[in-house]
Design a protein around this ligand. Structure first.
Ligand SMILES: [Zn+2]
Ligand SMILES: [Zn+2]
Length: 170
């Protein structure tokens, strides 16, 4: 028969070394040390089972008395490899997180500079577009004017031709 850690659902083994060390909270609930510390430090400082406030320093080691025949070295190795994700007493990855945060801040500042640079580019592009639109409108007016002049010149030519024709008939 084995008792289980409610956090990782693995059995407690007494001969599996520090990684699977068993601890109890002040409220009496029993977990693997790694599981309990991970829960308390990374999720919330409360007992995983009953929710009573607790802290990593309040955990105390539990000692089981087992008969030799209950040891299962293969299972114990599996439990150990499944629970030693973080070495006991290893520092929390706070440094790494802070580096990540400051890297993100730098990236954010860079992105804001990039955005304001693009905003300026966009504004000057809009200014250029307005300029070109003005020129196009002017060209349109010029073309219209030229067309009118062309029509007037054609009319004048036609009138002259017909006057010459009348003169020739006369
Ligand atoms: Zn566990
Ligand atoms: Zn509890």
């Amino acid at each position: 028969m084995h008792h289980y850690c409610a956090i990782c659902k693995s059995p407690f083994m007494t001969d599996s070394g520090n990684a699977a060390e068993v601890v109890a909270t002040a409220c009496g609930h029993v977990f693997h040390r790694d599981c309990a510390e991970r829960h308390i430090l990374l999720k919330e400082p409360r007992c995983f089972l009953c929710g009573k406030p607790t802290s990593a320093s309040a955990l105390h080691k539990v000692f089981f008395s087992y008969e030799e025949g209950e040891y299962d070295h293969e299972l114990s190795a599996i439990v150990q490899s499944g629970t030693n994700w973080m070495a006991p007493n290893a520092p929390l990855p706070v440094d790494g997180l802070q580096r990540e945060i400051s890297a993100l801040r730098e990236e954010h500042a860079f992105n804001q500079e990039e955005i304001s640079r693009l905003d300026k580019q966009w504004a000057s592009a809009q200014g250029l577009a307005e300029l070109y639109n003005d020129r196009l409108a002017r060209l349109d007016r010029l073309t219209e004017e030229t067309n009118k002049q062309y029509v007037r010149a054609k009319e004048a030519l036609a009138k002259k031709a017909s006057e010459q024709g009348e003169a020739g008939e006369a």
